[in-house]
Write a protein that binds this ligand. Structure first.
Ligand code: ADP
Ligand code: MG
Length: 460
């Protein structure tokens, strides 16, 4: 039965979800319309309970022909004392030592003496401040699992995703949470750069021994931006051994990178395979709803009240980088408090109007993007029609061509079917003005520039 269920589920769920949460479970019994599913740990139980009970029930009903109730239990494991409550694992060989959260750059004497609020961990980067959306659900879940039971299933946990999408936040949240559960554990958070610097310093000071002892004493080693290990042969060599020592000792390693291991150039094959042997959880760009939720949460923490339209406006202006999204919120709030204006979209549009990086593009790329977005044929844009939406598209096109190419005003005029350069100049001025006064225009321009950038990048 379970195999049948698995087969169906496999078709319905994404591969990582399936591999991580479903495949590890099994059927314990089926009795009186009650299907008991066994999961390897409390985390998987909660996860299935929360997200997949309904799906599993539907599939089971489909196969059995009658409806069943789903119960999810936890396998009796060695470290689990009580199968059903919120059990958090503790590692068996943790000694009640001094909590040693170390900044790797500190001298080894300073390693052992810090209190449980390590300064390397940003106090804001905790789970409670992390908004879970479809884009990061998997990474979040895996991070929680790792914090709850380090060194178990997902070792290493490899978080990957673009800039400003929450990798560092999640990583540090693991550290914070782990310390809450187990204040004595040794959580080391370090950037790859720091690791390298430490290594170089150790070589120079002839203190490799203490360098190794230090890193290999971690219960949880969090290494950020591991993509920077690229090409650094000696660091790779040393990190390989650190990794192995920790891994073999059942200690948790968490890595963050802006790309998956197999896309890190000049990474030793053996490291690449180590990095890939646990779980690779990626974080995508958040959707609009998630971005709005992030702003909402941020505003709550800062005790700010924001009208929904403002949140929506900011969230729709910044689509792919949460750091920028937060920055925009802060700028908007600062501007409003300085100017004394009411918090409304029309008042913040000017400060937010975010500069999109403008990649050099061909006039055709600009023209096509404008035609596409305005849904007007290129011939019409180049033509003489003075219909409102056509002339607006034309003006936008001239403005963007000015931004994305280095054509002179007369040349741009030519591109647009032989318009006078004063017309081009007038158009550029007008759109520049609209850009700051009209949030809709600002957004359209961003969207267009993104598109043009994309089209031009993919040609390179
Ligand atoms: P990365 O390390 O991936 O470049 P960070 O972890 O530094 O990104 O995140 C950038 C900023 O965005 C941080 O201030 C972080 O708190 C915030 N952030 C990212 N993802 C979320 C999220 N899902 N919920 C709340 N804040 C987030
Ligand atoms: Mg980061």
């Amino acid at each position: 039965l379970w195999n049948q269920i698995l087969e169906r589920l496999q078709l319905q769920l994404s591969r990582p979800t399936f591999e991580t949460w479903i495949k590890t479970a099994s059927v314990e019994q089926l009795e009186n319309n009650c299907l008991v599913i066994r999961t390897p740990n409390p985390f998987a139980r909660n996860w299935l309970q929360k997200y997949y009970v309904k799906t599993i029930a539907d599939v089971a009903q489909d196969i059995l022909g009658y409806s069943v109730e789903i119960h999810i239990t936890i396998a009796e494991g060695d470290a689990t004392t009580n199968g059903d409550s919120e059990v958090l694992w503790s590692s068996p060989n943790e000694t009640p030592a001094v909590s040693a959260i170390s900044n790797a750059s500190s001298s080894s004497a300073a390693y052992a003496n810090q209190q449980s609020k390590p300064k390397e961990l940003n106090v804001k980067y905790v789970f409670s401040r992390f908004v879970v959306g479809p884009n990061n659900r998997m990474a979040h879940a895996a991070s929680l699992a790792v914090a709850e039971s380090p060194g178990r299933e997902f070792n290493p946990l490899f978080l990957c995703g673009g800039v400003g999408l929450g990798k560092t936040h999640l990583m540090q949240a693991i550290g914070h949470y782990r310390l809450e559960i187990c204040p004595d554990s040794k959580i080391f958070y370090v950037s790859t750069e720091q690791f390298t610097n430490d290594l170089i310093a150790a070589i120079r000071k002839d203190s490799m021994q203490s360098f190794r002892e230090h890193y290999r004493a971690a219960d949880v080693l969090l290494v950020d931006d591991i993509q920077f290990i690229e090409g650094k042969e000696y660091t790779q060599e040393e990190f390989f051994h650190t990794f192995n020592t920790l891994h073999e000792a059942g200690k948790q390693v968490v890595l963050a990178s802006d790309r998956p291991p197999n896309h890190i150039p000049r990474l030793q094959e053996r490291l690449c395979s180590r990095f890939s042997m646990g779980l690779i959880a990626d974080i995508q760009s958040p959707d609009l709803e998630t971005r709005m939720a992030i702003l909402q949460k941020k505003a709550e923490y800062e005790n700010m009240r924001l009208p929904r339209e403002v949140i929506e406006y900011i969230a729709s202006s910044y689509t792919s980088n949460i750091r920028e999204l937060e920055g925009a919120l802060i700028r908007a709030v600062a501007y409003i408090s300085i100017s004394g204006l009411p918090m409304r979209v029309e008042n913040i549009a000017a400060v937010l109007n975010p500069p999109v990086e403008q990649i050099e593009a061909s006039p055709e790329a600009v023209m096509n993007a404008v035609a596409d977005v305005f849904d007007i044929a290129v011939e019409e844009i180049k033509g003489q029609s003075r219909r409102r939406e056509i002339s607006l598209a034309r003006q936008v096109g001239m403005y963007l061509m000015r931004q994305h190419t280095d054509l002179s005003l007369p040349k741009i005029g030519e591109e647009f079917g032989g318009k006078d350069h004063t017309t081009v100049m007038y158009s550029c001025d007008k759109i520049a003005q609209l850009r700051t006064s009209d949030p809709g225009m600002a957004q359209t321009l961003r969207q267009l520039s993104d598109r043009i950038n994309l089209a031009s990048q993919s040609k390179e």
